[in-house]
Structure formats: structure tokens, C-alpha cells
Ligand binder design. Sequence first.
Ligand code: GLN
Length: 496
Amino acid sequence: MNPASLELSAIQSFEGKYPRQLWWLFFSEMWERFSFYGMRGMLTYFMVHQLFMSESVANLQYGATQAFVYAFTFVGGLFADKILGFRRSLAWGGLLMIIGSIILAIDPQKLFFLGIAFNIVGTGFFKPNISSMVGTLYRDDDVRRDAGFSLFYSGINVGALLGGYIPIWLGKNYSWNVAFGLTAVVMAISVVTFSYSQRYLGPIGLSPRHGQPDEAKTKWRDWVTYAGSLAVIPLLMVMVSKTDLTDYFMYTIGPLTLVYVGYEMAKSTPDERKKLAAAMVFILFSIVFWAFFEQSGGSLSLFAANNLDDTLLGFLHLDPNGVNNSSNSLFVIIFAPVFGLIWLALAKKKLEPNTVVKFGLGFLFLGASFWVLYSTRFFANEEGITSLDVFTLAYLVMTFGELCLSPIGLSIMTKLSPKKLQGVMMGMWFLASAYGQYAAGLLGAGMSLPDPNATASAKLISYTAGYQQLAIYAVVAGVLLLGLSPLVRRLMGEVK
Ligand code: GLN
């Protein structure tokens, strides 16, 4: 079918709760996240056990990879807006991710950083743009948008849950080549799924130059983008493998993107400018959220290994690290549709809290979850081993916070950004995650005890003291945001 033959207005005036195109994006993103979290779940373990790095080096390198992955979403979003459009960006990003995984499947020990660099750039082109496409399925005033993003978010976490488990299990028990090979196969499924979706997408995601008189003449810009993204790969290999370069990168990229967004704001109309300013408030607060939330990959995984028993609900015997890695995704899968339906039901009664209030609630839940983590110290035995039940309860509460903020954040970026900046602003949203990841590592390191022979009890006290601090700061951030809400709402204009 000719893509343009399906009118945008026909897509956006769908009946029922969700547009059918959402399901295609759901599955495509689900498989991409399988591949991404599969890779992420293997990285640190692989670096320690196969590349024989020390734990601290592996941790730093893991943090660098995550920071670069999310930082590149800004680049991917920018080039989608200006040159490629969402569709070509997704196809290109998907292809790079497949190549990266194939490289790792061939020889993960020797080609490790090359494969990772391909994956970083590929994710940058894929991740923000598929999220932006979800937003395009809705008319500006459609109250079903947040529910759509909640559903999409479930897909993310189905992928994360399966991907977090299966590849590392294959790698540990069978073969690392097969484990990385699986992520390549799954990423190919994602790209094929997306390519099928195109026939239902009408004009959505076509290049911004589509149909322009100079379209054929400016085709070279696509090729320069492809070539440029390949050219940064060797550079990235060096930057990721030397983590002090990551520090310089993080010091530079944030200010530069702020200058760029400032420039775009200066060119925008006053109404657009106010909305972009509101988007920046959400983005800045989200850095704080992710810095706390992302303890899960760092200090909480050490806490799980050092301080938790293995019994859940009195009869389930589980690996505490497995619980640490998967309980959040499982809770998202269960509760994202519930939250989506709650927002819809409240919207029908005209009682739906606006985005600032949802964000504020997100921080209050986050604070409560860290308070629960702090309270694990009161359930510990003399050896410093504490309750897996209480720990898992903290993840439940933390997930509620995530559901008030993360899918809503995706949704609000698509509402507050003018069409020409959709990709960039989604990229900024994920760039905040890059800084969150980066700060999470620093916070986690600050909570740890320098003495390698510290007892489990001493570690329990040290980490839980850190979690108590985070609980307090999260609540302060939530209250601050709620206090700022009249101002931010004014900036948002008619957007809720
Ligand atoms: N878990 C979500 C995802 O993978 C959110 C990640 C983030 O923004 N830090 O998409």
C-alpha cells in the first residue's frame, strides 16, 4: 500500500482504547528491548568473567556504556527530525544493533568493544524514535495517549524481563556466542516486525523532506548520516574503553545540548517556547529520578548479593539478584495496564491528575520505596541478612513511582514538542537517563564502604543509611515539583 494513501487523520480517529498501529510498535519495541536488556544483563558479568576485568573497572565500564547509549538517543532523535525521519532511523538503528550483536556472536572476547559501539549507535537511532512514533498515533487533544504509552511501556518490560533472563542464562550455561547470537536474531525480529508495520502507518515517520521539491537532490544527506554514524564507531570504542573520557563526554554533551535547545527555543513561537521550557523542567527532574531509580543496576545489586535471604512469601526460594533484576519489570507488566486504565477512568470523570502532579506522585512513591529499603535494616538478623519480602515490596512501590513518571514522560514529550522537534526532545528525555545512570554510579559508590573486608552488617548499615538519604531527597523533589506545578502548568498552556 502506498504509505501516504492512509491519511493521518484516519489513523488518529481510531475507535476503542488503542490504535492498532500501537501493537506493531509494541512488539517491535518489545523485541528491541529484549536485545538491549539481554546485552545489558550480560555486560558486567562478561567483563569480569571473560575479559578478566576487576569488578570496579567493569562497573565503571558498564556505567560508561549505559551513559553513551542514552546520550546517543539525542543524536538519533536529532537526525530523525532533520534528515532521516523516524522510519529510516529505526531501520538504520536496528541494522546497526543486529550487526553489533553478530560481531559479538562471532568473537565476544576479541571484538567486545566493537560490537558494543555498534549497539550504542544503533540504540541511539532506534530507541527515542519508536517512542516518538507512538505519540504520532494520537491527535493533540486525545486523552487516550497516556494509556497508550502505558501499554507500550508494558511491551518494553516484557522484552526487558525475557531479555534480562534468557541470554545471560545461555551465556553462563552454554555459550556466549550463542547468547549474543540470540540477541541478533531477536533484533532482526524487531526490525522485520517494524517493516511490516509500515503499511499501516500512512505518512507517519516519513522523512521531513518527503514530498518536498528537492527531495531527490537532498538524498545525499541520508548517506552522509549513515556514513557519519559509522565513522563515530571507532571513536566510541576508545571512549567506552577509557572511562575517564566518558567523564569529559558527560561534562560536554549536556551543556551543548542545552545550548542547542536554547537556540531552537529562540527560533520558536512564544507558545512553543513556553511548552519547551515546561518540557525542560520535566527532563531536569527526571535526571534526579533516574539517578535514584538506577541504583537497581548498581548498589542494589550488591545489596542483593550481600544482604538478602532467598525466601519470598515464605516458600519461594529465589536468587536475590534474580529478584533484583526482574521484579521491577514484572510489576510494570502487571501494573502498567492498571495505571493506564486508572488514568482513563479518571479522565472520563474529569479527575485525571495533570502531568506535573503525576510526576510529583512519582517522586513521592520513589521516596517511599527508598524508605522501605532503609527499613530493611530493622528486619536483619545478626549476620546482616535481611528480608527479601521487604526488599521486593520496595520494588513494588518504586514501580508505582516509575509508572507515574516514565511512560507519562514519554507521552508529555510528544505533547509539548512542536512537530519539527519531536525526535530531539525525545532524545533529551533519554539523555536525562544518561545523566541519571551516570549519577547513579556516583551515588552508589558514595554509599559503599571502602574496606573490602567490611562485614555484611556494616554494609547493610552503610547502604541503608544511603537509601534513607535518597528517600528524603526524593520526597523533597516531589514536594518541590508540586510547589512548582502552577508555574509549569502555565507554561504548558492547554496541554495536560
Ligand atoms: N525501562 C525503560 C526503558 O527501557 C526506561 C529506561 C529509561 O528511560 N531510563 O525504556
